[in-house]
Ligand binder design. Sequence first.
Ligand code: FAD
Length: 451
Amino acid sequence: MRALVVGAGLAGLTAAHDLAARGVDVQVLEARDRVGGRTHGIEVADGDWADAGAAYLGERHTELLALMADTDLKAVPTAMEGASRFALTTGDARTPDAQSVPGRFPPLSGVALGELFDLLDEVTRTVRVDAPWLTPDAERLDATTAAEWAEEHLTHADARLFFPLFLGEMMAADPADVSVLHMAFYLRSGGGLRYLNAFAGGAQESRIDGGAHRLCEVLAARLGDRVRLGEPVLAVTQDDDGVTVGTAVTSYRGDAVIIAVPPVLADRIDFRPAPPAPRSGDRTAPGCAVKVHLVHPAPLWRETGLSGWSVSSDGPLLSTVDDSPPGGVGVLTGFVTGEEARRYAALPLAEQRAAAVAQAGRLFPGLPEPIGFHVTDWLNEPYSQGCYAALFGPGDWIARGPGLTRPHGRVHWAGTETSTAFFGLMEGAIRSGHRAAAEAADQQPTSGRAL
Ligand code: FAD
């Protein structure tokens, strides 16, 4: 059997690796000139790497941990010791200076935030995570945006202030872009809002030593010349005997193909025959995140008892975290998310730098000019079109959910957006790769006829 895999992110490389292990002749076609997709490392100092894409993981990410063990990559704990910094504009009054707070609970009304989390828990509890479109009241939840939900349910100013910051950090989402059904599904799929939001014992407990991109590099090295870079797939044509995949360079023939790219990019491929329904719609939004790295000779904020973690209601850096490699330079990662990301992405680099450095100086008094500065704009990456993952807007789950993983003849679907467990995360991508590889390997050779 010969299988083709489109996309050399975690999903595609996992699928290819599984297929090769089963003795299938496999060929991976990747549009970019690198593997890794939404995992991407940048060398911020000699031998020190930072994650420009995915970074954090927790103990429930069992397939990711298994892959790390298999590829001999270690986890390093996310540094969270010390006080947090909050610069939050509450009510009508602007809080001009950042405040230091022990722990991670923001200096906002505990009652208001408690109510917010109770409301989120309530809506999250009801969702059918394996099949969100079958959730009780799915039609209504799918038709309503998270912004409309907040307008209706959040009465306290502090809850209204905090909710978009929370959604930005968790999902890189603007509340107007996601349906309530998608928000509830995403939170439940990732282990619940407390697990997703937590460092110690949660989904952000650790990072991969040397960078998450190394997972993909190791898998690609094992696959060798079965991975072709710089070959964007443009067309997939099925006939009775097999499938032809046309790239910008040449074409390939196989018995099955796995499409392991985000939904919006899958829809750009010319499928013949066309799948029963597109994989995205007018309301499917790109996740909105720009990641900023400020590099210092050492994690200087630790000297004043600060963890490097901060949350601000004014941008560009809506949150920051200490992503310093152990024993290396100091790396302060800034997250610019939601609507703020769209605005920031449009600025020239010099203005991006000036705004980020000025804000970091206010958050961490005495922090000098960084020795390195990096911006990774995922919104304008042609082969990602946003991150952390696609945001399903009103109508998406009902229209597209039931067909997300259903094979289309010889075409099989992978990618984190096809995993109902840990959707949007590395764990979801890996799980989807295992599933799609098993499906493709078990495919009946004549299934191309049954379109
Ligand atoms: P991708 O990684 O997007 O891979 C798809 C591949 O297909 C890409 O290599 C792309 O170039 C290629 N491609 C696209 N179109 C074509 C085409 N037509 N022909 C050929 N190739 C094509 N996850 C976590 O678990 N923890 C985190 O902390 C986290 N944080 C994140 C922060 C950021 C800034 C980003 C960007 C992502 C983050 N994620 C995080 C999400 C995580 O990166 C993704 O869920 C995961 O990497 C997706 O893998 P994938 O294989 O499904 O898709």
